[in-house]
Write a protein that binds this ligand. Structure first.
Ligand code: ADP
Ligand code: ZN
Ligand code: ZN
Length: 727
């Protein structure tokens, strides 16, 4: 048999797959098997992507694999990995890297091994010995006593009884104890903060109806479109619908994947699934240890777990017979991967669900125009408890000297007086946005990027939020020696001090990337806020994500239209979602709530619609605008960025890419650029943007264009990145 093998090497220039002759003794090798193969003078790990009875290569040039691993990848996952590579202009090795067991690496052996532990159990003679008063050492007896309650890990037994290793081996030699090595799963801990889920809640009418819609598609015999959008306002009980939908899939003997934005930020959601389905749930995410990820992956692969909950990468969970994919908070930008392959988990989920005949259920209070346009809609227009959504007030910041409008101060003051809670969103971290010299007007900028540096006072640093560069805060201007340096603007760090001073003794909790991105740090802030009797949670958009704190009576968004001042066609959508999501955190309890939105342009449509909680109206307007401008969902957007150290080569390369795209233009695509982008990480950048009516041919042509241009020596030193569905 001939195996066509895709080597797992990062080199872009290689064009696999390559043929190998499989010897008779490797009879278990098939599509999805992993092999160690000789490759040039090296040996590499590869994946069998196809088998054949004969090769186009002459027999004497065919070599045999050196080793085969029995750990086969399900063929549908293999296909998915290769498809992602194509769809996002990446390499097969990178695409396959997404679907392979975690810890596979690119070496010649899997890096993570199962964990084995010595496990002790009491034998029948052991029980007898305890009963008939056999001669035993004091500690040995203690060990047998402990084991009488059930087998346990040897190390723990020794620790708890003081029995030594030799003593335990002695018991084994006498046949009183049996010692065995067992593979143990490393299980991640899933924690929950916020309100505990209400068990056995009777579903509301809206939930019953939405669920019926999902189940009907699940059971529909025809292979028609099974993609659905659950548009439910914040607090409408979408999670409960997901839980029941997952249960329905399990009842039908099928598996489910639940995608959530970021586990660290919303452990509640993952926790609810774990509570409801217990051992059937596996959690996969990047904050797990390598061992935990390995073990969870294999629990899914072996079918011991049938539900996978995790962020975007969980779309590649190795479950078979998939019946349902849930995408919670489908508007969330974390579903897009920023590194190569630049996949969008929502798009991959559609593909995977389609191939498996599974239902795709995307849920949110603020749907993307793309989903609204193309998915079958289910709607839950009211909150579970029948409470109204909180009133939203827009306050104008024009001619305002302070970050906080008097009206905002007044409302915060009421929160303090009433002893309730507020959430304040300012999407800008650090102390102040930039620093200037009062003497000569110098602005402190990043040496590698065309952006100004942000002052972080506690860390005593000026930091670049694009490349991570940081430098000490200057005492005087290096150009004119003036010591009058002015700080402009306010970030979360500074606002924290202001609020803490103005609202004392009310406790203020801060949540942004500087307070820690680890699970522990985030948990600490969220649990602290949840446990406090009253307080203010202040932070970047991290505070608007799906949290459920019933005592919050006030939500505040500061500088809400900051996002609108960027030239990005998704700016409107982002702004609307940010305000609506923050509004969703307020007024979930008895006391009701209100929302204040501070902005410069209070007439921006995104803000106006958000004040009316009018997602449908907002999306309708967006769709009309996008149709005119030819943006998604009326086209596929693909972005090519060329970059180089010096200015010039990147622009010429972008021009060369554009010149190769004329067949697309002839087919109705619009091509914009090359346009300069701001310098980032020491690289000059130019971009070409394609709006193509048909996706696949456009991606194919772009890939060829970029490959040709990048292979041209005239463009040496230029890096290329192709990004379909850029965010
Ligand atoms: P969403 O995700 O739509 O914002 P959640 O799923 O977080 O809403 O639900 C909001 C709150 O309502 C949660 O505390 C949840 O436990 C509760 N809840 C959901 N469904 C019901 C129900 N049928 N009866 C009572 N409470 C419910
Ligand atoms: Zn100066
Ligand atoms: Zn920088």
């Amino acid at each position: 048999m001939i195996a066509r093998v895709e080597p797992l090497t990062p080199a872009r220039a290689l064009r696999g797959p390559f043929d190998y002759r499989v010897p008779g003794h490797m009879d278990s090798v098939g599509v999805g098997s992993m092999l160690v193969v000789p490759f040039g003078r090296r040996r590499v790990l590869g994946v069998v992507v196809e088998t054949a009875s004969r090769s186009a290569l002459p027999a004497e040039r065919l070599v045999e694999p050196l080793a085969a691993f029995g750990r086969a990848l399900p063929p549908e996952l293999l296909r998915l990995g290769l498809w992602v590579a194509e769809e996002y202009c990446s390499t097969p090795a990178r695409g396959l890297g997404l679907v392979l067991p975690p810890g596979t690496g690119t070496g010649t052996a899997p890096r993570v091994r199962p964990r084995r532990q010595l496990f002790a159990t009491l034998t029948e003679q052991g029980y007898d010995a305890l009963a008939d008063g056999s001669r035993l050492g004091r500690r040995q007896r203690a060990a047998l006593d402990a084991l009488a309650g059930g087998g346990m890990e040897a190390a723990a037994l020794l620790r708890s009884t003081g029995c030594g290793h030799a003593g335990l081996r002695g018991l084994e030699a006498r046949g009183l104890v049996e010692l065995s090595r067992v593979e143990v799963g490393r299980r991640p801990r899933v924690r929950g903060v916020g309100a505990p889920p209400q068990r056995d809640a009777t579903l509301t009418d809206a939930q019953v109806e939405a669920l019926a819609g999902v189940v009907a598609r699940m059971d529909a015999p025809d292979p028609s479109d099974r993609r659905m959008l659950l548009h439910g306002v914040t607090g409408s009980g979408k999670t409960e619908v997901y839980l029941h939908a997952v249960a329905a899939a399990l009842e039908r003997g099928r598996a489910a994947i639940v995608l959530v934005p970021e586990i660290a930020l919303t452990p509640q959601t993952a926790g609810r699934f774990a509570e409801r389905f217990g051992e059937t749930v596996a959690v996969l995410h990047s904050k797990l240890s390598a061992g935990e990820r390995h073990d969870e992956w294999w629990r899914l692969r072996r079918g011991e777990a049938r539900v996978c909950v995790g962020p975007r990468s969980a779309v590649f969970a190795p479950v078979e017979d998939l019946g349902l994919v849930v995408i919670d908070e489908e508007h969330d930008s974390s579903y897009k991967q920023e590194g190569d392959p630049r996949y969008d988990a929502r798009h991959v989920a559609e593909r995977r669900a389609h191939d498996a005949g599974a239902v795709l259920l995307a849920g949110t209070a603020t749907p993307r125009p793309e989903s609204w346009h193309s998915l079958r809609r289910l709607s839950m227009p009211g909150r579970v408890d029948g409470r109204r959504l909180p009133p939203v007030e827009l306050v104008s910041m024009v001619a305002s000297g302070s970050v906080l409008h008097p009206r905002t101060r007044e409302c915060l003051e009421q929160v303090r007086a009433a002893g309730s809670k507020a959430i304040v969103l300012l999407n800008r971290r650090g102390w102040s946005n930039f620093l200037t010299c009062g003497g000569c007007g110098r602005v402190w900028g990043c040496a590698s990027c065309d952006v100004s540096l942000v002052l972080h006072r506690a860390a005593a640093r000026l930091a670049c939020h694009h490349c991570g560069h940081a430098e000490p805060v200057p005492r005087r201007c290096p150009e004119c020696a003036s010591v009058s340096l002015a700080r402009h603007g306010t970030g979360t760090e500074r606002l924290y001090e202001e609020l803490a001073a103005a609202l004392a003794p009310l406790q203020v909790f801060r949540l942004d990337a500087d307070t820690g991105s680890g699970q522990g740090a985030i948990d600490e802030v969220l649990t602290g806020f949840d446990a406090a009797r009253s307080g203010v949670l202040l932070g970047t958009q991290m505070v608007a994500k799906g949290h459920d704190f019933p005592e919050v009576t006030l939500g505040v968004v500061l500088d809400a239209d900051a996002t609108l001042r960027f030239p990005d066609f998704r700016a409107e959508e982002r702004t609307f979602a940010l305000v609506a999501q923050l509004a969703g955190r307020s007024g979930r309890g008895q006391a009701g709530g209100r929302v204040l939105v501070q902005a410069l342009d209070t007439e921006a449509p995104a803000l106006e619609h958000a004040t009316r909680h009018d997602a449908a109206g907002f999306v309708a307007g967006e769709l009309a605008r996008r149709e005119v401008l030819g943006y998604p969902p009326f086209s596929t957007l693909i972005r090519v960025v060329c970059s180089s150290r010096e200015a010039g080569p990147q622009a010429r390369a972008a021009e060369a890419v554009r010149a190769r795209l004329y067949p697309l233009a002839a087919g109705g695509a619009r091509i914009l650029g090359p346009a300069p982008l701001f310098r980032r990480k020491g690289r000059e950048r130019s971009q070409v943007l394609v709006k193509a009516p048909r996706r696949t041919p456009a991606i194919r042509l772009l890939r060829t264009a970029v490959e040709t241009v990048s292979a041209d020596r005239a463009h040496r030193g230029v890096s290329f990145s192709v990004d379909p569905d850029p965010q």
